[in-house]
Ligand binder design. Structure first.
Ligand code: ADP
Ligand code: ZN
Ligand code: ZN
Length: 825
């Protein structure tokens, strides 16, 4: 019989427009299946993990196919549903399948020749008897050099097929792959001590203490362990090793002796996973208003419609979600609970763990690679203990769900659900709607200030609008006071950036032993430095933006590219030494506060202070436990946090947000101010909100003051309609980038001309955006507005065709065209 040659078209995790064809070696032919992960050579010396898209027998035209090197698993690595979801994403957001793959798979599942690995533990802490010779070799090498490339590993192991070894070592938590290396805090685990069950029970305990008579140190440890649970003889809860050592003054070595004897058993638990064991007593009784909202949501699910829960801040939306999750768990279905940012997970995870224990897992790009692969596998197996409820940011839509029953999208209005860079430039909320659709799962979006898109959909009947318009427990919405800075400035009453009213309010609040949140949408100390003589302002050398002064490091920094430089002592233009700070950021608030209210303990929560994932937890915990009285922060402090003692919230400067040049500026301002206001007075005592502004008569502020979302929506939606902006049309941003302005101008005009031929008035621009140069690349933007009646599919294929034609006529190297569908800014 003639031997057929089998070919595989594979997805490579790169921004390339097509699939690549490889030959399947005869020995792999019986095993290979679509959707398996394989290793393929690529280019001169690279290797990638690729996914088999489909198999066929047609040799490629024009080139000799190379061989697939390895199969990474016997089972498919992704499900057909996932591939379908990826394909939807690539076509909707106009990007390549390889880019979606790159975003979707955690690094541990897509090893490539670029991957580097690092040890997670030391050899000393590892049970080396359980290692294979090769694993041991690799770990020994990592002790010496810290970091190994895949090539190094091949060399050390003496074989070419190292991916399976690496994968299994990742699973055993011995090593970690590339992405994780940035996460400095990945090893923060706590060691728990268990007493082996063989030594439990009254008799066994007596025997044990007798046995240890001649080992007094060990005996002391056992006694200390027992004294934690006086009267108990079995079913001992685990104890933290640290605590045990602190109590007895013993060393870890003594603990290890007991472990060697099989008396103690150690368990390493990530700190983040410790809090909250399932607790049956955490039973919550919903208020009548919550019950009503819950049953309306259930109704909309029964009708097969998404629900939009519009509930005031502090109305108890989370408790409703918990009920909805409970129902799914009863049915044995998986639940995805999406949050815009990790800042929020700290509090929510604790609340969910009280109900669902370790059934709740967190999935986020900031989490370590090992944790991500673990969650991935648990979800793929629908593991009843760990794969049922995932709390995640936008990337969690890529998890390999098996029987997804419900998606919750909390704070659905948040723009951080949208990925701006790199492709796929997808919106987590919209992708979630698609995902729910695929699984025929229920989906509920929730917010106190819904996005205009979602609210419009609800008005149109596409979603069911469910309202919850009282706060839980009868607490009332805070009083909002608009503080006119013009008056205070004219009368020279300002204390630096604080108005006299604000200082008074802060003093009163702190005297009552209550807490304060200060909000300013800028980090750093001062947004710019200016020469008082000639108005020179230091700019980034790579971007068209002024540099922000960071006092703690005494440097000027670019918030676009990270460029930094020392603070100049004199003006670069006129040499004057009279340089002044303009505006202020969170860092400056912190400093001025320490002068005005020196006794108040304060902390800052912004990008600069929360680079590690545990920094959030720590700040939030410190504030919850009142170790901090004043929390100063950017957007991060506005989001969904629930603190019981916050009486006062202040917005230090409302104006820059309101003046931001974007059609969503008012919507964003309303959302932000209302959300930050919502942190105040969430219990018995009514809260106070103070907004400092130069434009007290601004209509947005009036609506914030009246807590009138609907009134605001009614007014603002008219503007959107009049000027044809979303939700009355769809937008596509076409951003062009090049290092020089002349070719950029030329190319942009040419492309816009091409597009106008077909799309006419739907094309606006090209124009330079407010920041026209970033990282040494100039950019220009063409805006495309598409009416809802027009087929988006046709528009997109025509758009791609025109871009192809354009590149044929304008084959300039390094000329980039970036497409952003439904842009967030
Ligand atoms: P939202 O998410 O709508 O801002 P939360 O869910 O955080 O509101 O609820 C506000 C506060 O009220 C929380 O501290 C929450 O624990 C409490 N709460 C809400 N519903 C109930 C309930 N049914 N029983 C007891 N406490 C509740
Ligand atoms: Zn000057
Ligand atoms: Zn820059």
């Amino acid at each position: 019989m003639e031997r057929k040659t089998l070919f595989a078209d594979v997805i490579v995790p790169l921004a390339l427009p097509r699939l690549f064809t490889y030959r399947v070696p005869q020995i792999l032919a019986p095993f290979i299946q679509p959707l398996q992960r394989v290793v393929v050579p690529f280019g001169k010396k690279k290797k990638y993990t690729a996914i088999v898209h489909h198999l066929h027998e047609k040799p490629p035209q024009g080139y000799e196919a190379r061989y697939i090197e390895q199969l990474l698993e016997e089972e498919p690595g992704i499900s057909p549903q996932q591939l379908q979801f990826w394909e939807w994403m690539a076509s909707y957001y106009l990007c390549h399948l390889g880019e979606v793959m790159q975003a979707a798979l955690p690094a541990g599942l897509k090893l490539s020749s670029e991957t580097v690995i690092r040890a997670v533990t030391t050899l000393e802490e590892t049970d080396t008897t359980a290692l294979s010779d090769r694993e041991l070799l690799i770990l020994e090498a990592l002790e010496k050099v810290k970091e190994l490339s895949i090539k190094d590993v091949e060399h050390i192991a003496g074989i070419k097929t190292v991916y399976p070894i690496i994968r299994s070592m990742i699973q055993k938590r011995l090593i970690a792959a590339e992405d994780e290396l940035k996460d400095l805090f990945r090893h923060r685990t706590i060691t728990l001590v268990h007493l082996h069950t063989d030594f439990q029970g009254e008799d066994a305990l007596h025997g044990l203490l007798n046995q240890l008579k001649r080992a007094p140190k060990q005996q002391e440890l056992i006694l200390a362990f027992l004294s934690m649970n006086p009267g108990k003889t079995h079913d001992f809860p685990a104890m933290k090793r640290k605590e045990l050592l602190a109590k007895t003054g013993q060393t870890p070595a003594t603990v290890m002796q007991l472990v060697k004897k099989g008396i103690f058993v150690l368990e390493d638990v990530p700190v983040s996973r410790l809090s909250g064991q399932a607790d049956d007593e955490a039973f919550i009784k919903l208020s009548p208003a919550q019950e009503e909202a819950l049953s309306q949501i259930q109704e909309s699910f029964a009708e097969g419609r998404p629900a939009l829960l519009h509930g005031l801040t502090g109305s108890g939306k989370t408790e409703i979600y918990i009920q909805l999750i409970e129902e799914q768990i009863q049915k044995g279905k998986q639940v995805l609970y999406m949050l815009p940012e990790i800042a929020l997970t700290a509090q929510i995870i604790n609340r969910l763990r009280v109900h669902f224990g370790r059934k709740v897992q967190v999935y986020h790009s900031r989490f370590s690679e090992n944790e991500r692969v673990e969650v991935w596998n648990a979800v793929a197996n629908a593991d009843p203990d760990a794969g049922m409820i995932v709390l995640g940011a936008r990337s969690s839509v890529f998890l390999p769900f098996r029987n997804l029953g419900l998606i919750l999208v909390d704070e659905e209005h948040e723009s951080s659900f949208k990925q701006n860079e790199p492709a796929p430039r997808y919106h987590g909320r919209d992708a979630a709607i698609m995902l729910a659709n695929q699984f025929k799962a229920d989906i509920c979006l929730g917010s106190a200030t819904p996005s205009f898109e979602s609210y419009h959909n609800a008005r149109q009947g596409k979603y069911k609008l469910v309202k919850l318009d009282e706060r839980f427990g009868g607490s009332v919405l805070p009083d909002v006071f608009i503080n006119d800075l013009r008056e205070d400035t004219k009368r020279r009453r300002m204390n630096g950036i604080f108005s006299p009213a604000l200082v008074q309010e802060m003093t009163d609040t702190l005297q009552k032993k209550r807490q304060v949140i200060l909000f300013q949408n800028r980090r750093g100390f001062a947004p710019m430095i200016e020469c008082n003589n000639c108005h020179w302002v230091p700019h980034c050398v790579q971007c068209d933006i002024s540099l922000t002064y960071h006092k703690a490091i005494h440097q000027l920094r670019c918030h676009y590219c990270g460029y930094s430089m020392n603070v100049p002592s004199s003006c670069a233009e006129c040499a004057s030494t009279d340089l002044r700070m303009k505006g202020f950021g969170t860092e400056k608030i912190e400093e001025e506060l320490s002068v005005i209210l020196p006794e108040a303990s304060s902390a800052r929560m912004d990008l600069d202070t929360t680079r590690s994932k545990y920094a959030y937890h720590k700040l939030i915990e410190d504030f919850e436990q009142h170790r901090i009285q004043v929390l100063i922060g950017t957007q991060m402090v506005t989001k969904g946090l629930d603190f019981s003692l916050v009486d006062l919230v202040a917005v230090l400067s409302a104006d820059s947000m309101l003046n931001y040049p974007d059609f969503r500026a008012f919507e964003r301002s309303f959302q932000l101010f209302s959300q930050v206001a919502g942190r105040a007075g969430r219990r018995e005592i009514p809260g106070r909100v103070l907004i400092q502004t130069w434009k007290p008569e601004h209509p947005v502020l009036k609506f914030v003051q009246a807590h009138d979302y609907e009134g605001f929506y009614e007014q603002e939606i008219e503007e959107r309609k009049r000027f044809m902006y979303p939700p009355f049309c769809r937008l596509i941003h076409i951003t062009l980038k090049h290092e020089a302005t002349d070719p950029l101008d030329q190319g942009a005009d040419l492309l816009a001309g091409f597009l106008r031929k077909t799309f006419q008035g739907r094309i606006l621009g090209p124009e330079y955006p407010p920041v026209a140069r970033v990282r040494n690349l100039f950019q220009k933007r063409i805006l495309m507005k598409i009416e809802p009646e027009v087929s988006l599919k046709q528009v997109k294929s025509e758009l791609l065709r025109q871009i192809d034609l354009f590149f044929q006529e304008f084959p300039l190297k390094n000329f980039r065209v970036i497409l952003d569908v439904d842009p967030a800014n």
